[in-house]
Design a protein around this ligand. Structure first.
Ligand SMILES: *[C@@H]1O[C@H](CO)[C@@H](O)[C@H](O)[C@H]1NC(C)=O
Ligand SMILES: *[C@@H]1O[C@H](CO)[C@@H](O)[C@H](O)[C@H]1NC(C)=O
Length: 371
């Protein structure tokens, strides 16, 4: 597979980088990134655009300009593509292609200068965030960067089973997200350094808008504390005539109001449920061995369990019965009900999640929304 070289990404375009990349993506968005090897050339074209779009945005935003010159990339990396599990070969090939594309996209984008190459070159706030999101397991020598709304409660259960705090992943208890878990942030710098260097590191990602919608529906639909803390504030700020209304309950925030709120938020200070995955896990500063996706949760999770050498009785939990999935139709409905302008402003905030993890941007043309 031909991979575009570094310099092809470094195109400097004058002005309108953001709008430019988004428009290009629109026209190239094939929607079937991992169908078969026949689509590879177009996928690569797509990736060049996506990757350069993301980079241009970063450059434009000056997000990464205080970084040190990166040390040479580690060598001796193995391609661990062979899965021992059974299952359909076609699906395996598809997943491998996706992994390969994601892997090379991250490698290419992260090798650009000004990208962080170690957590020590991040700003203190960025470093604090990522260290607080990486969970440590010393027995099986792995680090897991948890991303809220991407099956993280289930992974936390698995971690608790692996460290003996929980008997089985199926024990029906309310998940406590802090107890019995070790966060990288609680360790000393040399302990952190050692684990980042020697442990197996993984994380899971999800289509960025689907993750947002899932956070929105869960937090503002079900969780009282969020309605009080964020809902009231959002309604007062974004609903006309309610700025001083003391009777606002915050229990009827609309998706559009939520998006307006996101637009005004600094990605580095957002609540973790809607903070971009890039900022939570810093995939350039931490070289993850594996990045799984929510769209292939079962097989990717199984792969990870096998990689870390988990005992055979430890399996990834089934989806909870109360779990309400975000269907394609639901996502389509919410995105299409948003004013186009809002969505166009929102996508750049999450462009690194789209581009690094190779998710095509959503199609929100009027034509598409009519269906
Ligand atoms: C990318 O591939 C290399 C081998 O080429 C491997 O060592 C690394 O773990 C992979 N990373 C991810 C995130 O898949
Ligand atoms: C968006 O959807 C419309 C209608 O379904 C389609 O004609 C158009 O080609 C799509 N655009 C992209 C970029 O996928």
């Amino acid at each position: 597979m031909m991979i575009p070289r570094k310099q092809e990404y470094g195109i400097k375009r004058s002005g309108g980088a953001r709008g430019g990349s988004v428009t290009h993506l629109r026209t190239l968005n094939s929607g079937s990134v991992r169908r078969s090897s026949a689509v590879l050339p177009s996928v690569l074209t797509f990736l060049v655009i996506v990757a350069s779009g993301g980079l241009l945005l970063m450059i434009e935003k000056g997000m990464l300009n205080s970084m040190d010159t990166p040390p040479p990339r580690g060598n001796g990396r193995r391609l661990d593509a062979t899965r021992q599990k059974g299952g359909s070969a076609a699906v395996d090939v598809e997943l491998q292609i996706l992994q390969e594309i994601r892997n090379r996209t991250i490698k290419t984008m992260c090798s650009q200068k000004n990208m962080p190459h170690s957590i020590w070159t991040l700003t203190p706030l960025q470093r604090k965030t990522v260290l607080q999101h990486i969970l440590v397991n010393d027995e099986y020598h792995f680090l897991y960067c948890y991303v809220p709304k991407v099956a993280c409660s289930n992974w936390k259960r698995v971690l608790k089973v692996l460290n003996g705090a929980l008997e089985s992943v199926d024990v029906s208890i309310k998940m406590d997200h802090r107890n019995d878990l070790v966060f990288l942030s609680s360790l000393k710098p040399e302990e952190i350094r050692y684990r980042l260097k020697h442990y197996y590191k993984f994380m899971f990602v999800r289509e960025p808008m689907e993750r947002l919608l899932s956070a929105f529906r869960n937090k503002f639909g079900e969780i009282e504390s969020y309605k009080k803390k964020y809902g009231v504030e959002i309604v007062k700020r974004y609903r006309k005539g309610h700025a001083k209304d003391t009777s606002v309950k915050g229990d009827d925030v609309t998706f559009a109001e939520f998006v307006r709120y996101l637009l005004d938020e600094d990605v580095e200070r957002m609540n973790e449920h809607w903070m971009p995955v890039y900022n939570l896990c810093q995939p350039c500063a931490v070289s993850y061995n594996f990045i799984g996706s929510y769209e292939h949760l079962e097989s990717d999770a199984e792969f990870v369990l096998q990689q870390i050498g988990a005992p055979p009785h430890v399996h990834f939990p089934e989806r909870q019965t109360w779990y309400k999935p975000v269907t394609t139709e639901t996502l389509h409905y919410y995105l299409c009900s948003l004013p186009q302008k809002l969505l166009r402003q929102l996508l750049p905030k999450y462009i690194l999640d789209f581009s690094l993890f190779t998710y095509p941007l959503p199609n929100t043309t009027t034509e598409h929304c009519r269906h």
